[in-house]
Design a protein around this ligand. Sequence first.
Ligand code: ADP
Length: 368
Amino acid sequence: MPNPPDLSHLVNAVPGFIWSAGANGEVNFINQRWCDYTGMTQQQASGHGWTASLHPEDAEGLLHYWVALMQEGTAGEYEARLRRQDGVYRWFLIRAVPQHDEHGTVVGWYGENTDIEGRKQAEEALDKVRSEMAHLARVASLGALTASIAHEVNQPLAGIVTNAGTCLRMLAADPPNVEGAMETARRTLRDGNRAADVIKRLHALFARHSVMAEAVDVNEAAHEVVTLLLGELRRNGVVLQVQFAKDLPAIKGDRVQLQQVILNLILNAVEAMREVPGALRQLRISTTLEPRQCVQLAVRDSGAGFDATAVGRLFDAFYTTKPNGMGMGLSISRSIIEHHQGELWATLNDGPGATFHFCIPLPDLLWE
Ligand code: ADP
């Protein structure tokens, strides 16, 4: 039988950190790679000494987790940043596995830490791209819509102004050119009708775009939007609380349109919270089944709120209090909700901030 390999070589050949701890959680071995990375000695690391290498923001969470794991005696893993000897922190996945004796009692722990800095950076980049896409989608669709409405309405408006000016000049002439004034007044009328036609056509366009009647689980639709925005929320320091009603019945409607509404309400909430520097940013998204047989979703923020006297205008097209706002988001959102026979409204919170709610009736009520 050949000699057994020297396990210490093996332990140091692994491209991660290997350690072991007693049943009480105190580290009694750590491999050379860990020492090379942190610049600490094995003696310094032993017991709880290794915790000095933890990022201050991760230490408390990891230590709570470690205590809970020891109580349960099960394997677990946790992501935390460890300091390299030059002061740079890198993310590691820290795994711990309990060792049992023949009675099943935990007698110690083996652990392994893998460097996941690359993965973390990729995740962060992906989050950023996702939230930029969400912004772009919103801005692009609103921008395109606004530009086309503006273009179509501008032409007849310009005609009206020119003709009205000409008409006034003809009437003010001596003697007044009544014949010419009547003709330009007719043209003014024609342009006015053209502008009204544009609005009618737009209206018809939206009306024709009838709501796709598929079953929509509002919890699931909202969950997807929230997932898309997690990076955005994290970057803005928003603490998110989600309270979804259990067994929420499906409504009938257009899932993508409803998601646009939810996206819009959340981005508005984040923007409102950014307006109050230094304040706690709390966002709560909740769903409920209302006694009047409708599914309600509420987005509650701790932001700047709005002027109570403006509540009637918030949903008007082009109403905005933001320097670069378009004031189209809430007006489009309201028309989407109304196409679902529902209602969209806003209230001011008792504390700071505002809550935007929509309620959509259940299908039975819709088809009665
Ligand atoms: P925009 O975001 O381009 O201004 P919206 O139609 O989405 O357009 O919003 C209109 C206005 O309603 C905003 O400019 C803001 O004044 C107000 N508003 C919207 N959401 C909130 C909110 N969560 N808290 C406070 N005010 C809000």
